[in-house]
Design a protein around this ligand. Structure first.
Ligand SMILES: Nc1ncnc2c1ncn2[C@@H]1O[C@H](COP(=O)(O)OP(=O)(O)O)[C@@H](O)[C@H]1O
Ligand SMILES: [Mg+2]
Length: 328
């Protein structure tokens, strides 16, 4: 039985297609990640599945309820932590929880007990009476997760759960998320543009780019698709290098990128000398070379020809441009 089914889901804003024909299923008890750069369509997808946004076309069900025709049932059976903070700063942590509990009509006696249990779970029980405005970013995130669990949802949506948090706090949150899944069996669908987050938490990952899922599998299988190890060579003579080495029998794949070429092969350390020799015979200059086990970044590069980091940079550049324009 699936917790979530998605078939040919589309969302258009005017003539721009933000979510382009997505199809996937998520099993009960699974942690499923949508990994992709800014603007890939992750939040839009989550918004449709949680009935905050109407799909343009396509079908989806959550906990067996149709997101178009059974919105109330969908909402009752899910918890959501939004990408943007949604706590009331002027209330205490406890009051934020209590307010949410009332919205879901949880009777007072159960509500009090449940709030304390969840605040203990995210280690905020001793700070329950502090105003949220003095909470740190990590504490707010933990409180939002606790709040999302108050009505005991079977499915939890986490939109960029560790966005902007420091590495230590992120690690801490990852532990909670793992524990929720393992100990309570909650199905989790999360979005992230952090590769390490998807790698650490998700049983399966759908890599999204420009509204499409371009690859979907376990992190391990996605990395294996590249073919063993990766050698990255930075050189200005990439075309020449490509022609020189492409016929070497050990090499499984060679791709040319903006400033480097990447080579996929097994046991890279055994073959790197041969590759360097071949380059030097052809008088090709190598600026730098490194060998590594493939990461999800390599997987993204493999399928799109770009890195997620380049995407991030370009998104930031765009924002800077917009600010400049506005200032004029
Ligand atoms: N309400 C909206 N109106 C117009 N365009 C939108 C709206 N919401 C999102 N978009 C666009 O849809 C694309 C996907 O956005 P989003 O789902 O937020 O991406 P992600 O969460 O992966 O960063 C972006 O190009 C964004 O600008
Ligand atoms: Mg988003």
């Amino acid at each position: 039985m699936y917790a979530i089914t998605v078939k040919d889901l589309v969302k258009k804003f005017g003539d721009f297609t933000a979510v382009d024909n997505l199809s996937f299923n998520i099993k009960r008890g699974e942690v499923f990640g949508l990994l992709g750069p800014n603007g890939a369509g992750k939040t839009t997808t989550i918004s449709m599945l949680s009935t905050m946004l109407k799909p343009t076309s396509g079908k989806a069900s959550v906990n067996g309820f149709d997101i178009r025709t059974n919105q109330d049932e969908v909402r009752k059976s899910i918890g959501i932590v939004f990408q943007d903070q949604s706590l009331d700063e002027e209330l205490t942590a406890y009051e934020n929880m209590d307010f949410h509990g009332r919205l879901y009509r949880i009777p007072k006696s159960i509500r009090q007990k449940k709030i304390m249990e969840l605040m203990k779970l995210v280690e905020l029980d001793d700070k329950k009476d502090n105003l949220v405005k003095i909470y740190s970013g990590g504490m707010r995130r933990r409180l939002e997760i606790a709040r999302g669990l108050l009505h005991e949802p079977e499915v939890l949506f986490l939109d960029e759960p560790t966005l902007g948090l420091d590495p230590q706090t992120r690690n801490h949150l990852w532990d909670y998320i793992e524990a929720l899944n393992k100990e309570k069996g909650i199905t989790i669908i999360l979005t992230t543009h952090y590769m390490d987050e998807a790698d650490k938490l998700c049983h399966r990952i759908g890599i999204v780019d420009r509204g499409k899922i371009i690859a979907m599998d376990t992190a391990e299988n996605l990395k294996n698709d590249i073919g063993g190890d990766v050698i990255t060579i930075v050189s200005s003579e990439r075309e020449e290098l490509y022609s020189a080495i492409r016929s070497l029998s050990e090499i499984k794949s060679v791709e040319i990128h903006d400033s480097s070429i990447t080579i996929g092969l097994q046991n890279a350390e055994k073959h790197v000398a041969q590759i360097v020799n071949t380059a030097s015979e052809k008088a090709i200059t190598i600026e730098s070379l490194f060998i590594h086990k493939p990461t999800l970044e390599d997987v993204f590069l493999h399928f799109t020809g770009r890195t997620i980091r380049e995407e991030e940079a370009s998104a930031k550049d765009k924002m800077r441009m917009m600010r400049k324009v506005r200032r004029r």
